[in-house]
Design a protein. Structure first.
Length: 275
């Protein structure tokens, strides 16, 4: 049995299937870990959702910012952006089934010495604490009033963690860290505007995984979201968004031996104008 961690698919069903062929993925034997952003910007979001859903327990996916955006649009909390390509899901005959399945996905997944999250984690959070905080958001997502959660989800403030936070502010910080975070100050204040590469990070900011006193240093975090970062493999980090959406590659890492599998996506995958 092998476990393949896969970067941001973002509606690239054809690329995902080619990558699984390259991995010789066998659903009866192997498992997939998907770092979120299954949908949007590519043209085959509904097909991606149907396929991953069909794998049942053989596929674990965490929620990314584009997945949450789809749910917010579907729930009437916001309108689609010009760069969104969500119509195939929103108009699908099995729309409600797909959206319910997506709404029940976790924000993080912890197994053995691995933790999978779409974007990042704030320094004070241990793996156990992160699981507990993620559960607070998951409870809101899965409840009867899930639409009201999305009505308060958008925004960049508060931009730091405080245990005393309550209500929508508390959930917004958790969501922003786990689905949008790339860089922060050494004190842990999030900057959610930067999406460039490591070499051009503004002065006074650090990648979230290099922040001092990070309580998850002893666990390997598997993540995506940061296309400009590219593939990064180190003892405590497997970052695997390699920019398929932007004409780069779709990547998988076999967790048992860190072997990397990639397929080229080409210009046809590069849809949309913003990240």
């Amino acid at each position: 049995m092998a476990t393949y961690a896969i970067g941001d698919v973002q509606g690239g069903y054809s690329q995902l299937r080619r990558l699984l062929d390259a991995c010789a993925f066998e659903p009866s034997r192997d498992r997939l870990w998907l770092v979120g952003d299954l949908v949007n910007r590519g043209s085959e979001s509904a097909a991606v959702l149907r396929f991953v859903k069909s794998l049942g327990e053989r596929a674990i996916t965490v929620l990314g910012n584009h997945d949450l955006h789809l749910l917010a649009v579907a729930g009437g909390a916001t309108t689609p952006k010009d760069s969104d390509t969500l119509r195939d899901v929103l108009q699908a005959p099995d729309r409600d089934e797909l959206l319910l399945w997506l709404r029940r996905r976790p924000l993080i997944h912890v197994e053995g010495h691995y933790l999978m999250v779409h974007a990042g984690l704030l320094p004070p959070w241990t793996a156990e604490r992160a699981l507990s905080l993620a559960h607070e958001v998951e409870t809101a997502l899965r409840g009867r009033n899930w639409r009201s959660f999305f009505g308060a989800m958008y925004g960049n403030r508060p931009d730091y963690w405080d245990d005393s936070l309550k209500g929508a502010d508390r959930l917004r910080v958790i969501v922003n860290a786990m689905t949008r975070l790339r860089v922060a100050t050494p004190e842990g204040t999030m900057d959610l505007s930067y999406s460039g590469n490591l070499e051009h990070i503004p002065e006074g900011l650090l990648p979230w995984f290099d922040l001092p006193d990070r309580m998850t240093e002893g666990i390997t975090v598997v993540c995506g979201h940061w296309a400009a970062l590219g593939l990064r493999l180190r003892d405590d980090l497997i970052a695997i968004d390699t920019g398929c959406l932007w004409g780069g590659r779709l990547s998988a890492v076999r967790l048992e031996d860190r072997k990397v599998f990639q397929v080229a996506c080409g210009a046809a995958a590069a849809r949309g104008t913003g990240r």
